[in-house]
Design a protein around this ligand. Structure first.
Ligand SMILES: Cc1ncc(COP(=O)(O)O)c(C=O)c1O
Length: 408
């Protein structure tokens, strides 16, 4: 049906694709910094809509800003007036400080013994997640007291039901006693983390909120002001005003992706209340086209067998780039404004799409994995949902070797 083409690479027409131009293997991510600023503004106006003071926003930029690039993302958000940043460890915090980020940085998962010195050196605010960490932090803070001149601030994490990290509400008294023996430390904030704030068909979040409020009351009763109170991740800040406290901690929504709620109808309501712009597009070029006769297999283990003579495009994208393997024979990409199914097993560096039904496909054409092209769009959040995972999982899968381009 098709003749095997001999491709003249010099004839590839780049303008057809509005693609970012660079030398190298043709797969890339486009991160729209304007979308990040827009999303931050949308979040800020949502949580301050009632005019009841000014709640702060802690931008969660851990895990390399969910794969999009910690430094450029944090710089864009700092410019857009993010109040705080959240990272997971001292290495991530130090990277931001060395890049010139001056806003307070909360190390969300606490610290491992030995990291205390770096916390203080880089002016990072640790989360205390168990009482015995106070001792280590106090020792490091006392050692640097002459240089720092003021107590080292930390936030206290309360475990209200996630059963992961944080002190139990029943440990608040013990915490207060131990803190009274730490003159070089200061409690500057208290927080908890929700396990299922996108779920409205169960009451876990309400229970967590109640336990958290009880712990705050106990702190106050013991003469310890809790400092900045914060609870809300993306779904909570979007859909649960009672959790807003003094500060919210958006991750996924900051990057432009709403959660999938239970019940699902909630999503449309939230999209209308907090309009977001997806920040990421992931694109690759077609590096080969072949005619596969009916009955022949494609890719490892021939997991796709052509039912008819088929035109198969090979993309410069594999699971090492973030095109996850589970999308083989399940996902699709956009080529020339139309959807083309991903066929066969996705390999580390390559994937195949069936373009039999798309007119005029050529080597060099762009395949959009996430993002929009012409009338078609497919966001990373929808792909994640179709695979039964969360958006952050796919964002964090974006490979190190994929160049990120930061667009306005
Ligand atoms: C403590 C904490 N707060 C906030 C977030 C942001 O979560 P989301 O991406 O759902 O907004 C995370 C992410 O895992 C987290 O660990």
């Amino acid at each position: 049906m098709f003749s095997e083409g001999v491709f003249d690479y010099s004839g590839i027409e780049p303008s057809m694709t509005r693609a970012v131009q660079f030398d190298g293997r043709p797969i890339w991510a486009e991160v729209r910094l304007g979308a990040l600023a827009h999303n931050l503004r949308a979040i800020r106006s949502h949580i301050n809509a009632s005019g009841s003071g000014k709640r702060k926003v802690l931008a969660v930029v851990k895990a390399n800003a969910y794969g999009l690039g910690a430094v450029p993302v944090a710089k864009a958000l700092a410019k857009a007036a993010a109040d705080w940043f959240g990272v997971t460890c001292t290495t991530e915090g130090a990277e931001l400080r060395e890049a010139g980020i001056r806003q307070p940085i909360l190390v969300l998962t606490g610290f491992w013994p030995g990291e205390e010195k770096r916390l203080i050196e880089y002016r990072l605010t640790p989360a205390i997640t168990q009482c015995d960490q106070l001792r280590y932090l106090e020792r490091a803070a006392a050692r640097s007291a002459r240089k720092q001149r003021r107590p080292a601030g930390f936030h206290l994490k309360i475990d209200t039901g996630m059963n992961r990290l944080g002190i139990l509400p029943t440990d608040v008294d013990c915490f207060a006693r131990q803190l009274s023996e730490c003159p070089h430390l200061r409690l500057e904030g208290t927080f908890t983390h929700f396990a299922s704030s996108e779920v409205f068909t169960a009451e876990q979040t309400e229970r967590q909120e109640k336990l958290f409020c009880g712990a705050l009351e106990r702190l106050r009763a013991l003469g310890l002001p809790p400092g900045i109170v914060h609870m809300a991740n993306s779904a909570a800040l979007t859909a649960r005003p009672s959790t807003w406290g003094d500060m919210v901690r958006p991750g996924a929504v900051l990057y432009g992706y709403h959660q999938f709620y239970d019940p699902p109808e909630r999503k449309a309501e939230m999209e209308a209340k907090v309009p977001l712009q997806p920040a990421l597009s992931l694109r690759a070029r077609l590096i080969s086209l072949r005619n596969v006769p009916a009955g022949q297999g494609v890719g490892y283990n021939a997991r796709f067998v052509a039912r008819q003579a088929s035109r198969i495009a090979v993309l410069a994208a594999g699971y090492a780039d973030g095109l996850v393997r589970t999308l083989g024979n399940r996902g699709r990409v956009i080529i020339r404004g139309q959807f083309a199914p991903l066929v066969g097993t996705i390999s580390m560096d390559l994937a195949m799409a069936d373009v039999t039904r798309i007119e005029g496909v050529q080597v060099g054409d762009v395949a959009t994995i996430y993002g929009s092209e012409g009338p078609a769009a497919q966001q990373v959040s929808e792909v994640a949902h179709s695979l039964g995972t969360v958006t952050s999982d796919l964002l964090c899968a974006l490979g190190k070797r994929v160049p990120r381009f930061y667009l306005p």
